[in-house]
Design a binder for this molecule. Structure first.
Ligand SMILES: Cc1cc2nc3c(=O)[nH]c(=O)nc-3n(C[C@H](O)[C@H](O)[C@H](O)COP(=O)(O)OP(=O)(O)OC[C@H]3O[C@@H](n4cnc5c(N)ncnc54)[C@H](O)[C@@H]3O)c2cc1C
Length: 406
């Protein structure tokens, strides 16, 4: 059942999860052939810095490269970049490419991630930040602008907040247009979103909530746009960036017979079929409470890759995954551990009164997640609360978060 040197693993999607799967297969000693297919013409690179250091002008894009020459050599991988997969034959474990070729392996890994969600009014002149090409295009536009120029950011979630922070760092004037009552409400819940609502104004970024954007109108000849609202009013901006979520890249699998339900549905070993795995943003995997979740987090993509490579090379299962996510926004670091639901109860501990605290989520009295604002050490110390079911009372009596503030 485990991989032998005669096997050939075909990995589709050359982002973080795909690249990590290749590296993990080699780390576990797999000696057979590995092919990595990616529709971007780029060597595998890391996305989180795109909306942070790269957009703020602090890092060159080359700093995002994952597949450095040394790592590529160790990976001994055949690269097929700049060509998308169009069809998967599960029984034959073969992948048909957009250029007509078919690559047949013995095992296939689906790591095609997500793409930016586009609202009905989206036009190609609007900006988004999902990949390196998007980041390069937005940086080129930022470079044309002058201090104080208005950048409209549609969506106040993690990407929108990071883009706005980067624009402010460059001396531009971001205006965040959030549809909800508060940013991050649907992700972190009413209480935590209220605790975070002053971050943007405290950083000098204008945040407008309950905004109903219905379009953009590029009627000026210098690339400026009017953002158009449902009530007919407009906001003139030198640049409009849209960050309203992501959706899984599964269309190429529609006739494959795999179970698709907001992602590729997999089992506890990341398998969608006997010799077909799915990892990273595209995978919808089982959660201990019996539900299936799809999580768009860097650490989850890494953990999935490690778990699948380990299972295929050793037959061993991975430990239960604890999702981890971070976001650098408005000069602060937000970190989330676990899988908190917006409806969960939450209490605030380790509050310094100076914009540093830890929120402990609980569901039916059991700790379900942690959120930290500039409290990385308290978050790390509290990880044990999620490693096994822990009541809120037990969490308080253990108080793992009460180490010194760094
Ligand atoms: C701007 C940005 C900032 C982020 N910041 C954070 C952060 O601060 N913290 C955090 O935890 N997470 C962050 N994330 C999320 C994190 O980057 C993702 O969870 C991670 O990239 C997922 O890796 P993946 O390989 O599953 O998907 P992706 O990185 O999306 O890679 C999938 C790859 O597959 C390719 N592909 C798609 N369809 C096909 C096809 N048919 N054939 C061939 N190739 C295909 C795609 O073009 C892409 O190259 C951020 C994401 C973005 C975009």
């Amino acid at each position: 059942m485990v991989l032998t040197p005669r096997d050939h693993v075909v990995v589709v999607g050359a982002g973080l999860a795909g690249w990590r799967t290749v590296e993990e297969l080699r780390r576990h000693g797999f000696a057979g052939e590995v092919t990595l297919i990616g529709d971007e013409a780029e060597l595998p690179y890391d996305r989180p810095p795109l909306s942070k250091q790269v957009l703020a002008g602090k890092w060159p894009v080359t700093h995002t490269l994952l597949a450095t020459p040394e790592r590529l050599e160790r990976a001994r991988v055949r690269l097929e970049l700049g060509v998308g997969a169009r069809h998967l034959d599960v029984a034959a474990t073969s992948v048909a490419l957009a250029d007509g070729r078919v690559i047949a392996g013995t095992h296939v890994v689906i790591a095609t991630g997500t793409r930016a969600r586009r609202l009905a009014w989206y036009t190609p002149e609007d900006f988004e930040v999902r990949n390196l090409a998007d980041a390069r295009r937005l940086i080129a536009r930022f470079d044309e602008l002058s201090t104080g120029d208005v950048v409209a950011v549609v969506g106040g979630g993690f990407i929108g907040a990071e883009v706005a922070s980067a624009a402010a760092t460059r001396g531009l004037r971001p205006v965040v247009l959030e549809a909800g009552e508060r940013p991050l409400w649907r992700v972190l819940g009413a209480t935590v979103s209220a605790w975070l609502q002053d971050l943007a104004p405290d950083f000098g970024v204008e945040l407008r909530t309950r905004q109903d954007v219905v379009g953009t109108d590029y009627r000026y000849d210098n690339g400026d746009a009017d953002v158009v609202f449902a009530d007919g009013s407009t906001l003139r901006a030198r640049c409009v960036v849209v960050g309203v979520g992501a959706q899984p890249n599964v269309e190429w699998l529609e006739d494959s017979g795999l179970v698709l339900d907001n992602g590729v549905v997999v089992d506890a070993h990341q398998l969608g079929a006997a010799r077909v795995g799915a990892v990273g943003d595209v995978a919808r995997f089982p959660w201990p409470d019996g539900s299936f979740v799809r999580v768009e987090h860097w650490q989850v993509a890494t953990d999935h890759a490690g778990a699948l490579a380990r299972y295929w090379t050793t037959g061993e299962s991975a430990a239960t995954l604890i999702p981890y996510f971070w976001s650098d926004q408005y000069g602060r670091k937000i970190q989330v551990l676990g899988h908190p639901h917006p409806e969960d109860d939450v209490v605030r501990v380790k509050d310094t009164g100076e914009g540093q605290w830890l929120g402990v989520y609980s569901r039916r009295g059991i700790v379900s997640g942690l959120v930290a604002l500039n409290q990385p050490r308290a978050l790390t110390l509290s990880r044990s609360l999620l490693e096994e079911p822990t009541t809120l009372e037990a969490a308080y009596s253990r108080s793992p978060w009460s180490g010194p503030t760094p």
